[in-house]
Design a protein around this ligand. Structure first.
Ligand SMILES: [Zn+2]
Length: 482
């Protein structure tokens, strides 16, 4: 096993990455890496500050002749996701990461590598210590705790950084430039319900086998939402006086629900009709979603239950779920194929007298996200349910006229003979939060090629780091004047 990654090219980046691997830095245990960065900066004669959110901020003056360039802020996060194979005894709080060369890739022994975002941090360190790279005024923002709440980005104060251009180095595909992301908002809906004894035969309805997926990145794929499908079935069963005893669908706010379960009580004289109706419902939905949900499964099994929601509360719940929006609300004007605004009806639970419904709203346009929240508030007012909107964070609306985008596109074209792909993600990035505090910033995100981040299979492509590093230096050289 070749663990001498510090000898790989470009050594300026790899030796710093080796240093980063040597100190444990799982998210929320970042004291050691913070100390490493602070000492690194002091050793090269710079004066780092640690802000109240544990971000490390340091500036380096322009090299001779470059003083009139726009100020660039290089940004990377200090923490990593701690994931190990089940047979690994790795202790992320005490053990270093053992990185090794595996063909064209560098990966870690049994754990996440932390190339996300250690390579970005290592590149920033390389710029800070360089003596032969031409650049204008540089600031480096090493953010804290990106992976578990974006605490550093959230806690950054406005007015601290002086630069005009933010270059985030936390993207995972060399040759792509990211220019936008989505903000988020949690909708939490609840109401209490009453139950009453109901006679009849009890059944469990199970809708399973949907693909689910990331509630932002996969929301435009046309997959079925198990909660929506379940309540469509429950609404159609109202004609048979079927009563709802319990319901439980979805588990994570940021995942499209793959499964939903309901316990219902069916009048004894309508059991056959009930089964026929469930059967034909399954056929209809299977047909509708044949392309996107080929493994969907509908089951009806006998169970026991003797109480159900009162009819008033049952109808209220069915109406709310049927009325709540779900999926893509609007596509982006700024970029073709990008979802602008969406919502995921993630979790529905009715147990112990309380209904709880969780939705995650996303948009690259903050006002559109707020408007969608208002739509849900209206539905809840009609239904006399309680709603709170919490955890909001801003998005980053793509600016296709961004000067740094134009600069980087032409640098890439001149040097590698093709135009980099321009992308945006329908998910949260630090840039959204950072940009809201520095609205004048021209922002971009790029990085080397990383595969399977956040898993023990995480690996970074060696060749892509060479290009990423050259691209960074050439961009710094091409930054326009103030
Ligand atoms: Zn990252």
């Amino acid at each position: 096993m070749n663990t001498t990654i510090e000898t790989l090219n470009p050594t300026a980046v790899w030796k710093n990455f080796k240093l980063i691997c040597s100190v444990p830095h799982p998210s929320r245990h970042e004291e050691k890496i913070r100390e490493l960065i602070v000492n690194f900066c002091k050793n090269i004669g710079l004066n780092p500050i640690v802000d109240s959110a544990n971000n490390v901020i340091v500036s380096k003056p322009a090299t001779p002749g470059m003083e009139n360039r726009k100020g660039v802020i290089l940004q990377a996060h200090l923490d990593m996701v701690p994931q190990a194979n089940s047979d690994s005894k790795h202790n992320f709080e005490t053990d270093p990461i053992t990185a090794y060369v595996d063909g064209e890739w560098v990966r870690a022994q049994g754990t996440t590598l932390g190339a996300d975002n250690g390579i970005g941090a290592a590149a920033a360190m390389a710029v800070l210590e360089s003596k032969d790279i031409a650049h204008g005024p540089i600031e480096v923002l090493f953010t804290a705790t990106e992976e578990t709440g974006m605490d550093g980005a959230n806690g950054l104060k406005s007015g601290v950084l002086k630069g005009d251009i933010l270059m985030n180095m936390d993207s995972e595909d060399e040759g792509e430039l990211y220019v936008g992301c989505a903000g988020g908002l949690d909708a939490n809906i609840s109401f209490s319900y009453h139950t009453e004894p109901v006679s009849g035969k009890a059944f469990q309805l199970a809708i399973t086998g949907f693909k689910g997926g990331h509630s932002g990145m996969d929301i435009a794929l046309g997959r079925a939402n198990a909660n929506k499908v379940m309540f469509r079935l429950l609404q159609s069963l109202e004609s048979l006086d079927v009563r709802l005893s319990a319901v439980n669908g979805g588990s994570l706010r940021n995942a499209i629900p793959r499964e939903a379960f309901a316990t219902v009580i069916v009048p004894d004289n309508k059991v056959n009709e009930f089964k026929t109706m469930c059967d034909s419902f399954a056929k209809i939905v299977t047909f509708e979603f044949a392309a996107t949900e080929p493994t969907s499964k509908f089951e009806v099994n006998e169970t026991s239950a003797t109480t159900a929601l009162t009819l008033v509360d049952q109808k209220k719940l069915v109406d709310i779920i049927r009325a709540l929006p779900n999926g893509v609300m609007r596509m982006s004007d700024a970029m073709q194929g990008l979802v602008e605004t969406s919502t995921n009806l993630a979790i529905v639970k009715a147990e112990n007298g309380e209904v709880k419904i969780s939705c995650l709203l996303r948009s690259s346009v903050d006002s559109a996200k707020d408007s969608l929240g208002g739509m849900m508030v209206a539905i809840c007012r009609l239904a006399s349910a309680t709603i709170t909107l919490t955890g909001g964070y801003p998005g980053w609306k793509p600016n296709m006229n961004s000067p740094i985008l134009k600069t980087m596109q032409s640098v890439y074209l001149d040097n590698w003979g093709k135009t980099p792909e321009i992308k945006a993600v329908h998910a949260g990035l630090e840039c959204g939060i950072l940009g809201a505090k520095y609205p004048h910033w021209d922002m971009i995100s790029f990085g080397p090629t990383i595969r399977s981040p956040h898993s023990p299979d995480e690996r970074v492509n060696i060749e892509s780091i060479t290009k990423f590093w050259e691209f960074l230096q050439l961009t710094l050289l091409a930054v326009p004047t103030k």
